[in-house]
Design a protein around this ligand. Structure first.
Ligand code: ADP
Ligand code: MG
Length: 339
């Protein structure tokens, strides 16, 4: 064996990209989260050929200071945390400072951004890891990021991309998760110039759910809400007559982030026990808010798995809130009354 050597930043970024950026949908997820963190009120997503040719995201958020241009694509550079302690009080979707560095390493990447205080913005291009000097440019307040030919310099990854329709399915799912958790945002998604979604900002979650799933399901949604030991739970669960053959209709968000959690899924199954046929899964849109320090989001590169200080509290609360609701409502009456 040869001697140990430090890897170059380019190699490090490619390795990181392998973890965070699995497919076009990962790019969409990371960029949507950045736009949410930048307090955008409007986000447009444009995709061509299932994201393998083009992903463009435009937001009207805070923008980036020109002096930070290069830091946006440096790995482990973030505006969101400062110290190790901050890891236990994360209030933003991002904090690892890895996404843009990874994406820029494996695509033809361009970023334009302007902050309201500055009359001019800047533009930055990275072509398969090759950076061109950032230059000033005129652009609206906010940020536009364009990712072309994802995995252009990692041919193995590129070869593993599925058909545009399949990749688009994954993108739509990521878009849906963000859209459900942020109904106050105006969000749109276009594929090959065709509008897939154009969702106006709304105060009421039910309006957004209706746009996604239709009036028929919306009418069968039951509002639930509870607060115990500093944990707030709210959202909609579908009447048992509305169910699925997979768990894909079970949406669970923790502190604004879509999560996957075996234990909480089990609580859902228990709550619906006796109300659903064997092999059927409930449809739920549930939100939980817990103090940031009682959850560790730094478990998984995509943050879809989290670790709770006390997962039993959430389990019990979820189960009891739903059971109580099912016992108290007339499951044949009108149910979807929010608040
Ligand atoms: P992270 O989100 O973990 O900080 P990213 O690589 O996703 O890491 O982004 C790096 C930095 O670039 C962010 O911390 C943020 O300051 C800036 N940034 C990225 N996208 C946007 C955006 N749409 N609007 C404003 N700033 C952004
Ligand atoms: Mg980010």
């Amino acid at each position: 064996m040869s001697r140990i050597q430090q890897l170059t930043p380019a190699v490090v970024n490619k390795i990181a990209a392998g973890e965070v950026i699995e497919r076009p949908a990962s790019v969409v997820k990371e960029m949507l989260e950045n736009s949410v963190d930048a307090l955008a009120t409007r986000i447009e997503v444009e995709v061509a050929a299932g994201g393998s040719e083009l992903i463009r995201i435009t937001d009207d958020g805070e923008g980036i200071h020109p002096d930070d241009a290069l830091l946006t694509i440096s790995s482990h550079a973030t505006s969101k945390i400062r110290s190790a302690e901050d890891l236990f009080s994360v209030h933003t979707m991002g904090f690892r400072g890895e996404a843009l560095a990874s994406i820029a390493e494996v695509s033809q990447f361009s970023l334009r951004s302007r902050q309201a205080e500055n009359p001019r913005g800047f533009e930055l291009e990275v072509n398969g890891g090759q950076l061109s000097e950032p230059k000033p440019c005129g652009c609206p307040v906010g940020t536009t990021i364009e990712v072309r030919n994802l995995f252009c310099n990692t041919p193995v990854r590129r070869k593993f991309l599925k058909t545009p329709a399949t990749e688009m399915g994954h993108i739509t799912e990521q878009f849906t998760r963000i859209a459900l958790a942020n109904s106050r945002l105006h969000l749109s998604l276009r594929h090959n110039r065709k509008v897939i979604y154009d969702l106006p900002a709304t105060e009421k979650m039910i309006d957004r759910l209706e746009l996604f799933y239709g009036a028929e399901l919306a009418e069968k949604l039951i509002w639930v809400e509870s607060e115990q030991e500093g944990v707030r739970l709210w959202g909609y669960v579908a009447h048992p007559s509305q169910n699925k053959s997979t768990a894909k209709g079970q949406y669970l968000f923790l502190n604004g982030r879509w999560i996957q959690d075996r234990s909480l899924n089990h609580a859902l199954r228990e709550a619906y026990r006796g109300l659903l046929m064997v092999g059927r899964y409930p449809i739920t849109f549930l939100f939980m808010e817990v103090p940031a320090e009682s959850v560790d989001v730094n478990v998984h590169p995509t943050k879809s798995e989290v670790r709770f200080r006390d997962s039993q509290i959430l389990y019990r609360q979820l189960l009891s809130t739903l059971r109580k609701k099912f016992l108290s409502v007339d499951l044949d009456g009108r149910l979807n009354v929010e608040g």
